[in-house]
Design a binder for this molecule. Sequence first.
Ligand code: NAD
Length: 497
Amino acid sequence: MDELKSEISARRMSHHIDGLSVGSSSGKNIKRHAPSDGQLLATWPEGTVEDVDRAVAAARGAFKDKRWSGLTGAQRSEVLRAVSVRLKTGFEDLALIEALESGKILTQAREEIQWAGDIWDFAAGQARSLHGDSHTNLGSDKMALVLREPAGVVGMITPWNYPLVVLSQKLPFALAAGCSVVAKPSELTSGTTLLLAKILEEAGLPKGVFNVVTGYGDPVGKRIAQHPDVDVVSFTGSTATGSAIIAAASGTLKKTIVELGGKNPNIVFADANLEAAVDGAVKGIIHNAGAECCSGSRLLVQSSIADSFVAMLKEKMARVKVGDPLKAGNGYGAIISKTHYDKILRYIDEGKRTATLVLGGSAIEALPGYYIEPTIFSGVTPDLAIAREEIFGPVISVLTFDTIEEAAQLANDTLYGLSSGIWTGSIDTALFMAREIRSGIVWVNTFLDVPSEVPIGGMRQSGFGRENGRYAAEEFCVLKTVIIQDSRSYPRYLPST
Ligand code: NAD
């Protein structure tokens, strides 16, 4: 581990364009220090509009000459499968980079790389099974074909919280469809995306099909969204940035897929298996230090059990250890950056003024990086900022309800609609709530459970478009209808004289 750590520290990295490692046209670089202890991890280019234009030209060239889209599904599948095997079996370097750059604990980072490997495996199957349709009921002298074709050049803009997993919820599906790609990872966590570019080419992906430009949202992400030669933009990140991307993309009317934020209700009914529910509540806010788009940051508890449930929650959360991401036994690690750490602490201060602090509520200053205690607020009313806004940290807000109708109303009292959880022993309650709640995924007696087979995505201000499953591959295709007529029965336009 120490050897691997010193091997990957202070790496000088480059954009990946047309199979080449290239620097920024400005000559500038971004330095990434570990949020856990300040150690210099890597530098990567501060990309420019010219860098994006170069990457888009490479992706367009690769798409045009069909070096990838012209292969059979079976050939594309083989490449995706090889990537999956690398991720599932050789994950240690990727996991360590992910843990150091993002501050997440190493055990979780390892699970994430293998999870990503599973998505690549699923997408490899999609490369073989994507197909169009035929209409044979239009008369015996006519038929129509619905061709499913690759959408073209796809721009992918990703966040820092799950760098490789989020990219893997898009990239293998776009590649399965035959698209070419220009990706922009977060300026805070670009390491694994750049390494993946090399892994892809080792697996047999032709040069120019996958390109990476590192740098800031403006100009790199913005230029990708605006670029006239990008056909689709697939974005995951905050709702504010998603809205800016849709505006930037509107000038060229390209398709946008936006996976955005959430303030997700995790709802506990009195008849639930409370041991399981409390574990779901803890996992829902502790996992990834709460930097989880689907986190259960709004815990809605039925009033009759609220006091005892909060006591159980407090007891479990108090046992979560926080610290060095590489040290076994820690429940979560460091917060991604000083800016984000300050933002979480501002919300905690707001919570202390407006609700009841049950646990935590402080930064952990004895540790060298950015660490915050697991924090619980009770007595939260629906109008408070800590009940409405995405904190993206280890901070849970507890609200109460009396009836099932009130639970549904509270759950939907948000601008978001990404995920929700229901803990109940009653099938009637589960059925009613699952149908009532407006969110892209509803978990019943489970939480943060995302099999590669099923679609995920948002409603309302959590975005639109779907990732994972066959639905993801379909997002990166366009349909073309071909109608074929037997010319001998084609009706004469002008009657012969
Ligand atoms: P962010 O919106 O700040 O940044 C995301 C990406 O967009 C980064 O690569 C950034 O450089 C880029 N960007 C920033 N400004 C841009 C602009 N004007 N034009 C184009 N690109 C721009 O988000 P973040 O802080 O990296 O990630 C946290 C957010 O991501 C949270 O809101 C979280 O809920 C969301 N998220 C959603 C999902 C999901 O599946 N719905 C998954 C993970 C994270």
